[in-house]
Design a binder for this molecule. Structure first.
Ligand code: PRX
Length: 697
């Protein structure tokens, strides 16, 4: 009936027979284990006995028990968990969830806890204060410059949130309206998210590294009532004038018929003086001039569990970003629960996630997930290697961080800087490490484990996506041995399946497309304003399943190994970028006739962007033109999407029907010239020779 899941259960069952916590293996050396894992012995890393004993999920047996229940009776499993949250009115007990994931049976729809009335901000703040966490630090803020910092207790955070919520209400922002947030990692970012949630408004955070053009696109799509930003931010030694970017975006939007009448601007003192900021009278308001005047209490807008909470734009395989929409109740339960178990969270933990709130990780695991759990969260404004590559560990020691969650790209870049930057600091407080955003290569995993974590801290390599809201496949750190580079097993209630090209589930040791069977509470409900694209992108490829866009293999022990995107999306430093987005930026340059972008392996970034560019007839190649093309991408998307290589292409390899054969371009870009495969179907196979011969710049 459910091949893949049964297969997965069988594996965990066999693991469950093994002695749990068989002891720490500092050198990752072989351990003699039960037969089922024997041939993988070199790759197994066990949590220590000490860790497992205190862990929330302390053994494969315990996991298995809960996992089975979560799959066999999702309604009961999630209702029990949801009962620990505050609901003004309980959800419809008869129908905890309803779903249709099969396009052949009608519209795709997912609902959880429908009819339940709640508020996510209330659950994060008021509920925590009532249970005695009022004086606990909710946020520690570390500024770009060492020595510049701040903090807020849960009560202080609530007061700040309420003041802003009152300001928003006073300016006509109501339930269902959208606010765009374009802020760096300062405390006002989670404050603004929570204030929107408190009054039932949707937030759409745009990562403050996106260009004016990208911001403008998002304004056009979601038509916000307000944009909330700040004057500028320092990233390392660089100053980034955010307000200018907002001004440019809003002026372009208003020329295209969408005008935003309100722009609340926080004065980020550490960045730039107020006087230098350009101002549009009547539209722009300084945060500090108005918000602190409002009351520190604000009634909550009670919303249905299925009312939208936020929109977050992410890249897809076409040029137009997708507005991923998450609703309130299911997202709340899912982020809180995944946070708790995947990081083995305890009240005494100090948690630091290096992700920016402009990405989903910052939504689910900087703001909502940790705050529900009453955690103390560290926010860091700056870059990880400023003033030097030891900054992260200085912050870890300063705040006594116990859980440190980051991306493989950062691990690889710090690894390159050398161990001395790490070992100079104690890092004694650390007990759990986490990784997200891209596959973590075993050597980076080992460095993270051995050097950063002193071979003491389990690593939760969490696989998930903007669309999934929270962790889908992740280690539970005290429960089972880890394999460096594997995200291990699914979280409770998640049924990953691997399918072949025809959509058949494959059992046992296999590779294929990663799909998910059945819904989970944190699943996104639609793409904003485009339900059809939602159905086509995610549910049509393999009817009956959610298709993740990732490839995955499962080893003989049932461990999952993510192998990267199988669509036209590339993952650069954990940032998702559509090849089509970069291509459309490149061809907007008047000298560019055509462009094709592929991802290539990159030592630090995971993947780098490699662009094949055909110029308009008669235009010569030049270094200046190359720089200009890179600049166009920076300006249209953001610096993080700038191509690493531009390869001048007299023409591109195309099939007779005109389709660009990216498979061949990928091989050329990665210099796997003896693996070009069959090129006879190309309209003009000689194009390939030209590309190989031509030196790239
Ligand atoms: O390819 C997978 C990769 O990141 C994609 C999702 O990107 P985004 O929606 O921006 O969310 C990033 C943060 C959750 C996935 O389709 N990915 C994410 N986490 C992992 C990963 N690949 C391998 N291992 C992971 N742990």
């Amino acid at each position: 009936k459910n091949l893949a899941t049964n297969n997965h259960l069988r594996h965990v069952e066999s693991m469950a027979r093994l002695p749990s916590g068989a002891g720490r293996i500092p050198e990752l050396n072989a351990v003699i284990l039960g037969e089922s894992l024997a041939s993988e012995e070199n790759d197994l890393v066990f949590p220590s006995d000490h860790f497992s004993k205190q862990a929330l999920i302390s053994s494969p047996q315990k996991y298995l028990e809960m996992y089975k229940r979560s799959i066999q009776d999702p309604a009961a499993f999630w209702s029990d968990i949801a009962s620990n949250f505050y609901w003004k009115k309980k959800w419809d007990q008869q129908q905890v969830y309803s779903q249709n994931l099969d396009v052949t049976k009608g519209d795709i729809s997912i609902q959880w806890f429908k009819g339940g009335i709640t508020n996510i901000c209330y659950n994060c703040l008021d509920a925590n204060i009532q249970s005695g966490n009022g004086d606990k630090i909710a946020l520690y803020w570390e500024g770009n410059e060492p020595g510049v910092d701040g903090s807020l207790t849960y009560t202080q955070l609530l007061h700040r949130v309420c003041q802003l919520a009152n300001f928003l209400k006073d300016h006509g922002i109501q339930k269902g309206d959208t606010a765009i947030i374009y802020l760096p990692m300062i405390m006002e970012l989670p404050i603004t998210m929570l204030a929107c949630a408190r009054i039932g408004a949707l937030h759409s955070v745009v990562f403050a590294g996106y260009s004016a053009e990208s911001l403008h696109q998002r304004v056009m799509d979601c038509r916000p009532k307000i944009v909330i930003t700040c004057n500028a931010v320092m990233r390392g030694k660089k100053i980034i004038d955010l307000k200018n970017i907002v001004d440019a975006a809003l002026s372009e939007s208003s020329q295209n018929g969408i005008s935003v009448d309100l722009c609340l601007t926080f004065e980020n003192e550490s960045a730039m003086n107020k006087e230098a900021t350009k101002w549009q009278k009547g539209r722009d308001i300084w945060w500090q001039d108005v918000v602190p005047k409002y009351s520190t209490t604000c009634d909550v807008e009670w919303v249905d569990a299925e009312d939208p909470l936020f929109l977050l734009y992410t890249s897809g395989s076409t040029g137009k970003p997708k507005g991923v929409l998450h609703t309130t109740g299911g997202y709340m339960i899912f982020t809180a629960t995944t946070f708790k178990y995947a990081f083995d969270y305890k009240d005494s933990d100090i948690y630091w996630c290096t992700a920016d709130c402009g990405w989903i990780t910052g939504h689910s695991y900087v703001t909502y997930g940790p705050l529900f759990n009453g955690a103390t969260v560290v926010l860091y404004e700056g870059v990880p290697n400023y003033p030097d590559a030891g900054r992260c560990w200085e912050i870890v020691d300063k705040y006594k961080v116990t859980i440190f969650y980051t991306a493989p790209t950062l691990v690889r870049s710090l690894m390159r800087d050398g161990n001395e930057y790490v070992t100079r600091y104690s890092r004694k407080s650390l007990r759990v490490l986490g990784s997200v955003g891209e596959p973590i290569n075993p050597s980076a995993w080992r460095w993270f484990f051995n050097v950063v974590g002193d071979s003491r801290c389990p690593i939760s390599d969490t696989w998930w996506q903007t669309e999934t809201g929270g962790f889908m496949i992740t280690p539970l750190p005290g429960a089972w041995p880890q394999k460096p580079g594997s995200a291990t097993f699914p979280f409770f209630g998640v049924q990953p399946v691997i399918v072949d090209e025809k959509g058949n589930e494959i059992d046992g040791e296999c590779s294929g497309y990663l799909c998910v069977k059945s819904s989970w509470p944190g699943a996104f409900r639609t793409l904003y304003g485009d339900h059809e694209r939602y159905e086509t992108t995610y549910f049509k490829a393999f009817p009956g399943y959610y298709f993740s866009g990732d490839g995955c293999s499962r080893d003989k022990d049932g461990y999952h190994w993510l192998t990267g995107r199988v669509d036209d999306v590339i993952n650069v430093s954990g940032h998702r970028i559509g090849t089509a987005e970069v291509e459309s930026a490149l061809v907007s340059h008047p000298h560019c006739a055509e462009a094709a972008v592929v991802g290539v392996e990159h030592e630090v970034k995971g993947q780098g962007i490699y662009a094949f560019v055909t110029l308009v007839d008669g235009v010569p190649y030049s270094e200046d033109l190359r720089k200009n093309l890179v600049l166009v991408v920076r300006n249209q998307i953001g610096a993080f999407a700038a191509p690493d290589r531009i390869h001048w292409a007299p023409s591109l390899p195309k099939t007779r029907s005109g389709k660009i054969m990216r498979r061949i371009l990928r091989k050329i870009a990665s210099r796997q010239l003896d693996e070009l495969g069959d090129i006879s179907t190309l309209a003009d196979p000689s194009v390939v020779d030209q590309l190989i011969v031509l030196t790239d710049s």
